[in-house]
Design a protein around this ligand. Structure first.
Ligand code: PLP
Length: 451
């Protein structure tokens, strides 16, 4: 079996237990027409065949990770209620569960107090953090590195905040010397540091950025949408570890439970260190329907309606897999990084391939050797297709030629960007599957005429 279908029996059990809590209601469920449901669901299953196998270890491409069964089941269970976490009135239990789950994420970051909530995803969470930053540092520039997520620039356009991108260093990290020069120039209100860039998993040097904050007093936002949970991993190299160790000192953090947190899509999280920023959200709409004085999450969120089911799924997952160092969840993250190091070691020892520096987290970028930038790109695309034809799904990523030549100076410079191969090894199973992954990569590389 490739899907965990057996656990669906538990969903029926739990749904009956949930229903029993409403036993005093007169029956009002609509009759369902089993035959029509079966027909449509059969059609849906057929349509969904048209997907890459994201759930399988031989999918080693983009940043896609299957939700944990407990998240899938708890989400489905909550759908019988379909709570809306905008207001306590719309989702009493799920609002409480959201507050508890988010407090656990804050605790993982070392925060005893915080303000925060779940969002539709990382982009919305960053939008919210930068909206607050813009309110507190009105008219001042937001600075991020060229390897920061592409949405920061757009978010700043939406918010009409001045945005400055600084070229990243050859490791894909925010360039501290460039940042210091920009800060001396003045007018910087907020710096965005990325702990775990989307393309390479690079970790910006937070200790050095914090030292600059001492001197220049900017607001510091950390985008850890992809990699925030690595704060729990015990096997990072010193620079990344030093950055994660000090993550609690920043002003706001974004972390996506739907990236590495085993959640279905639609689950980001924004956290502020100072709960007093809640005042910025104040509004007095006449049609919100608050009937209690406890905190309604809609009062501290830019979005109005939000899926209570997402909070229930996250709560259940953290119940099963607490966010603690040395726990099962942390051990799985450590295996992801081990898988990345294992792939990197094989690539680095094989002269058919070009590699960058060893992965800081669980993303590996590499390229097949060729004489020129354009030649490398063509062979990357060839291997990408050849591997997919053999059942191994990789990803492609473009790297600026300047960055590539810092690592591979022998390449003839005949194009602006180099297309490389990229694997996000975010399933712990990738480690056990490395022999099989390598075998297919080897075959696809031989077939592409290299080596
Ligand atoms: C994925 C990602 C985002 C965007 O998050 P979404 O959930 O896709 O909206 C932002 N920043 C980083 C670093 C990311 O990896």
């Amino acid at each position: 079996m490739r899907f965990d279908i057996d656990s669906l029996g538990l969903l029926e059990e739990a749904a009956r237990a949930l229903e029993s809590g409403f036993a005093d209601l007169p029956p009002a469920a609509a009759e369902d027409d089993g035959a029509s449901l079966r027909r449509v669901l059969g059609e849906v299953a057929g349509r969904l065949h048209d997907n890459y196998p994201y759930f399988h270890p031989l999918y080693a491409g983009q940043m896609l990770k299957p939700p944990h069964p407990v998240a899938r089941l708890a989400y489905a269970l909550a759908q019988f209620i379909n709570p809306n976490n905008h207001a306590i009135d719309g989702g009493r239990a799920s609002s409480a569960m959201e507050k508890e789950a988010v407090a656990e994420i804050a605790g993982m970051l070392g925060w005893q107090t915080h303000l925060g909530h779940l969002t539709g995803g990382g982009t919305m969470a960053n939008l919210e953090a930068l909206w607050v930053a813009g309110r507190l540092r009105d008219g001042e520039t937001i600075v991020a590195s060229s390897e920061a997520h592409y949405t920061h620039r757009r978010v700043c356009e939406v918010l009409r905040l001045p945005f400055k991108e600084l070229a990243a260093d050859a490791q894909g990290r925010l360039d501290v010397a460039r940042l210091a020069r920009r800060l001396r120039h003045g007018g910087v209100g907020t710096v965005v540091a990325t702990l775990g860039t989307t393309s390479r998993g690079a970790v910006d040097p937070l200790p050095e950025i914090l030292a600059l904050r001492e001197r220049y007093g900017f607001r510091l936002h950390v985008d850890a949408a992809y990699a925030g949970y690595f704060v729990l991993a015990g096997n990072l190299d010193a620079p990344a570890r030093a950055a994660f160790e000090r993550v609690g000192e920043v002003d706001s953090i974004v972390i996506d439970p739907h990236k590495h947190g085993l959640q279905p899509y639609g689950c980001g999280c924004v956290l502020f260190r100072d709960p007093a920023v809640g005042r910025i959200y104040r509004h007095d709409s006449p049609y919100t329907y608050f009937t209690s004085s406890a905190l309604h999450l809609g009062e501290i969120s830019l979005e109005c309606s939000r899926a209570g089911a997402g909070a229930v799924a996250l709560w259940a997952t953290q119940r099963l897999l607490p966010l603690v160092r040395g726990g099962a969840f942390a051990a799985d993250l450590e295996r992801c990084r081990e898988a990345a190091l294992a792939l990197y070691a094989r690539l680095a020892a094989d002269e058919r391939f070009l590699v960058l520096e060893p992965p800081e987290l669980d993303i590996v970028l590499w390229a097949p050797r060729a004489g020129s930038v354009a030649g490398v790109s063509a062979r990357s695309r060839d291997i990408f297709k050849g591997a997919a034809a053999r059942g191994l799904h990789l990803a492609l990523a473009r790297v600026p030629t300047e960055t590539a030549r810092a690592h591979w100076p022998e390449l003839a410079d005949d194009a602006d960007t180099v297309t490389c191969l990229r694997s996000v090894l975010m399933k712990p199973d990738h480690l056990e599957w490395m022999d099989r992954i390598w075998l297919i990569l080897d075959e696809a590389t031989l077939a592409s005429g290299g080596g």
